[in-house]
Design a binder for this molecule. Sequence first.
Ligand SMILES: [Zn+2]
Length: 207
Amino acid sequence: MAFEKLIEHFLKFPGIGPRQAKRFGYFLADADGDFAEELARLILEVKKNVVQCPSCFCFHNARPGAPATASACGICANLNRDNSLLMVVEKDVDLENIEKSGVYDGRYFVLGGVLSLVNGLKKQNSLRFKELFSKVQENSPEEVILATSATVEGENTARYAEKILEPLLGTGNGLKKISRLGRGLSTGTELEYIDGETMSDALESRK
Ligand SMILES: [Zn+2]
């Protein structure tokens, strides 16, 4: 029973199908006790110490001593970042990858995924478009960069975000420009996999 339940849990992981879920299950059944115990401990620790930033919605390690409830991430708390730029990304790994490239020093917003074509409506509700609108309204960046992947879903998501933010353009709110990453990104490229140089080009050639 526990084995089947475990498989069901793995199936909820992003990108994991039934066959992979089973492989994980058998792997754990075969692994030594220390491994399983360490894994269980780490999962609980992550749940306790990793918090979501109330400003950009990224997940990050709570700073020592800070309450393990909604506390700002290191990027949002950094006063030296450029407030005039707000980059909208699909997910945490994209943010992480762009940060690693070191070519961007503005602010971020994590949308929480992409609009899917099949069940567009359902997915749309779980994305943070409303929060994005409020954030742009409150923080008044000069430019919002829609940094979605160069996939059909990514393009749709960017178009939808643009439509939502358009009313804020030139309203004295401060927002002057809504841009998209330049297509130095080849079609089908997901942001989480691009290297620093490509990111730098895509950012430079944004329009
Ligand atoms: Zn943040």
